[in-house]
Design a protein. Structure first.
Length: 438
């Protein structure tokens, strides 16, 4: 048989605005149904990337293959569509071509074993609710120093690289409104490999020991990417160390570093779903996700990759993306980074005292317990100290004592020794960043 358009029906309209559910009944084997472009009228029927299709494949009763026909079963206990028990498989729409032909990939239902609070081991993979605490684009071109983009996702390249990133409005896949764009800067000629990824905490990695894990995400590219590289590599990586760094992951120097799964991806200018699966070594104590490509020539303005919906889960198949509440995602991400941007004039961010007539120490409690005592950096901006109700200019610096639950900030206003004081905004562009990421 071939694709029967009448056997594909809309089962449930959009679920919480995220995706639609479809039912497809066929005598074709599952391998045929999963073939490239099998659903020839997907565009016409408005199947979207990320939609869920329930496929039932088996021996059909004759009447069911007649367009528009349906009969009751002649034999009690045998269904109207099938003469014997069919194969049942949930699938996801992986791509819809420009010509409107749809391709499915086999999926799985969310596990009910309760192995963790959340299926998705990655943090911030939904860029619609990722808090983007460090901003929505790079402050400066990124070279060979690990630099974070959207929360929990880092990037690094070579000494002469010029990596750019940005938050992009993108509704190409139902359930997502924002995406992470990652690229070599336009006109940059450096051809060193550039990488991006996420390091999982050891405490969150151990649960996957000896088990299959699956990474899935949506990606599309700019037209210039096809001329520069044409493909990139996505990998799940394991190690046997404890909470080792992103720099070492990118360099391939984690203790016991091994590739769990790797796939060369040829993106297009349309969204496609990428899925890779592998088995985590029994002795693994750390996991990471790493993507890279090696560019060529001078970068064009549209040499970019754009991502949505990163998910890493225990199991041998991808499941429907797990959307988390924005507040939950914020609190998860603040375990690794907490940014306080300078507020309007008079808004208090910390409390402390004048330790001398010209030095202040301020206490700021972290909103959640951080992974480790963070490294604190500041941009001075126009923060003020409150000295006897007078907003007084100060130049803030990072304090010397930080814990996972609180950080300290120093000021240098003139004041009365021993008197309490407050740290408050001046309406400028200052910031305080507490970083406990890798």
């Amino acid at each position: 048989m071939t694709y029967q358009t009448s056997q594909l029906s809309l089962w449930t309209q959009t679920i919480e605005g995220n995706f639609k559910e479809w039912l497809y009944i066929s005598a074709d084997p599952l391998a045929t149904i999963l073939g490239t472009g099998y659903f020839s009228d997907a565009g016409q029927k408005r199947l979207n990337v990320g939609d869920l299709v329930w496929v039932m494949s088996g021996t059909l009763n004759a009447a069911t293959v007649t367009e528009g026909a349906e009969v009751f079963p002649a034999t009690p206990g045998v269904g109207g569509a099938f003469s014997s028990a069919p194969t049942w498989q949930p699938c996801l729409v992986a791509s819809v071509s420009a010509a409107g032909a749809g391709t499915l990939v086999a999926a799985a239902l969310p596990a009910s074993s309760g192995v963790a609070n959340f299926r998705n081991l990655l943090d911030g993979g939904d860029f619609t609710v990722n808090p983007w605490q460090r901003g929505t684009s790079q402050a400066a071109d990124i070279t060979n120093t690990v630099t974070y983009m959207a929360d929990r996702f880092f990037t690094v390249g070579g000494a002469s690289s010029a990596i750019n990133w940005s938050k992009q409005a993108d509704t190409g896949v139902a359930g997502f409104a924002q995406a992470l764009r990652w690229q070599r800067k336009s006109a940059n000629a450096d051809t060193a490999k550039i990488q991006m990824g996420q390091v999982l905490e050891t405490a969150d990695s151990i649960r996957a020991q000896g088990q299959q894990v699956t990474l899935s995400f949506y990606v599309k590219c700019g037209a210039n990417f096809l001329g520069s590289s044409a493909n990139f590599t996505a990998a799940i990586v394991s190690g046997t160390g404890t909470d080792q760094s992103a720099a070492n992951l990118a360099a391939g120097t984690w203790t016991g570093q091994a590739t769990v799964a790797s796939q060369v991806v040829a993106p297009t200018t349309n969204d496609q779903l990428v899925i890779l699966t592998g088995t985590v070594p029994v002795g693994a104590t750390q996991l990471g996700v790493l993507l890279n490509y090696t560019p060529s020539g001078n970068a064009g303005a549209n040499e970019w990759l754009q991502f949505k919906g990163f998910q890493l889960e225990i199991g041998g198949q991808a499941t429907v993306f797990e959307h988390r509440d924005a507040q939950v995602e914020l609190e998860i991400c603040q375990r690794y980074c907490w940014v306080t941007n300078e507020p309007a004039a008079g808004v208090v961010v910390g409390a402390g005292m004048n330790t001398t007539a010209a030095i202040q120490v301020f206490y700021m409690a972290t909103p959640v317990q951080m992974r480790i005592a963070p490294t604190v950096t500041v941009t001075a901006g126009t923060f003020k100290t409150n000295q006897a109700s007078v907003a007084t200019a100060t130049t803030i610096t990072a304090g010397t004592t930080h814990t996972p639950n609180a950080i300290s900030i120093n000021g240098n206003s003139a004041g009365t020794q021993g008197q309490a004081t407050l740290l408050q905004g001046g309406g400028g562009a200052g910031s305080i960043v507490a970083n406990a990421d890798y």
